[in-house]
Design a protein around this ligand. Structure first.
Ligand code: HEC
Length: 329
């Protein structure tokens, strides 16, 4: 079982890392209908080790302020949509919480869910709470179906194709990405699950008792196939990913409160503007500018990765260089 567990942990961690904007990952799209950003080489490859720009496309970047605007203008709509990157597994109550920090900017799923909701709202003929509910249900359905399909295809947990495995995928995808059963021992699942039932009650969700029971039975019997050390390793990996998120995005990314403000889109508009300016700045000038950021050490690295999406130091450095160059002309 060890190899399987490690592989799963890597899959999950990759998803968390993609959510963390740590600069190593390019942003991956969870939804095949939405395009991931195409790195857009703006300079022809020169003889080795010359630094090169591999900036994300402006179309992708512009989604970031757009999504923060949707979150600010329609929080009641986003509050009804789960986030199918594994945000809830570290304390988010749904995709709206991704917008209480810079988290959503570096997380393709968080971003695309809000963008899709915003676009559907633009197309809707009416406004009001029913429209919010309909759109939220549509976005949830698309992402939930995609995540369940992807688990079934990857078969990344034991016996997913069995009746109980399918019940688990169905019951545990209602509010978030289904977690790996090895996360807790058979006995320790109880405490976590009673919280899930309370959430369902609070939200007035109709649970199917037979399905829930089958899901719990799947979790407990699957969890007991893993050794306690494997479970410990799994949780330790998750804890490391959370530590990384806190370091790069601040404490508020973890267990945010509904009282935490949704971030305004303006700073993200400035970030997109910095990317526009960076197109005219030579790669070696960017590479020669050191940046103090947990995800990147020079400006070129920051801009080539998702790190600059959330780095004030990187964004301000671009404006400074652009102003100096304009002044020097
Ligand atoms: C009604 C919505 C809902 C359903 C259904 C649901 N969860 Fe959750 N779950 C949440 C929310 C909200 C959070 C984040 C807040 C928290 O951790 O308390 C969460 C967090 C978690 C976490 C991370 C926190 C922890 O306890 O370690 C795990 C694991 C988890 N859920 C497992 C499950 C499993 C397994 C199922 C299916 C049997 C399930 N959930 C079904 C709402 C739900």
């Amino acid at each position: 079982m060890r190899m399987k567990l490690l592989c799963t942990a890597v899959v999950l961690l990759t998803a968390v890392a993609a959510c963390s904007g740590n600069g190593e990952e390019t942003v991956a799209s969870a939804d095949p209908t939405m395009a991931a950003p195409a790195p857009n080489a703006t300079e022809s490859p020169a003889a080795a080790p010359r630094p090169q720009k591999q900036l994300p496309g402006l179309d992708y970047l512009q989604q970031i302020p757009y999504a923060y605007r949707v979150a600010n203008e329609h929080p009641d709509m986003l509050a009804q949509i789960p986030c199918y990157c594994p945000c809830e597994l570290y304390g988010h109550g749904g995709v709206i919480d991704c917008y209480r920090s810079q988290h959503a900017a570096g997380c393709a799923t968080c971003l695309e869910e809000a963008v899709l909701a915003g676009k559907l709202l633009e197309q809707a003929e009416a406004r009001g709470p029913e429209v919010y509910t309909q759109i939220a249900a549509e976005v949830k359905k698309r992402y939930r179906t995609a995540i369940v399909r992807s688990h079934l295809q990857k078969n990344d947990m034991p016996n997913l194709q069995s009746d109980k495995g399918r019940a688990f995928l169905a019951a545990c995808s209602d509010c978030h990405q289904p977690p790996h059963p090895a996360m807790y021992t058979a006995d320790n699942w109880r405490r976590s699950l009673s919280r899930m039932e309370a959430y369902a009650n609070q939200r007035g969700m109709e649970m199917n008792p037979a399905q829930w029971e089958a899901a719990v039975s799947y979790l407990r019997s699957t969890a007991s196939q893993f050794t306690p050390e494997e479970g410990d390793n799994y949780r330790a990996e998750l804890a490391r990913a959370v530590e990384h998120l806190k370091r790069t995005e601040g404490e508020s990314v973890y267990y945010p409160s509904p009282r935490d403000k949704i971030l305004a889109p303006e700073w993200f508009e400035r970030m997109v503007q910095a990317y526009r300016l960076a197109r005219d700045i030579p790669a070696d000038v960017l590479a020669a500018t050191p940046i103090d950021d947990p995800g990147c050490s020079n400006l070129l690295q920051c801009l080539n990765s998702t790190s600059a999406f959330t780095s004030e130091a990187a964004v301000e450095a671009v404006f400074q260089i652009a102003a100096d160059r304009a002044g020097g002309d």
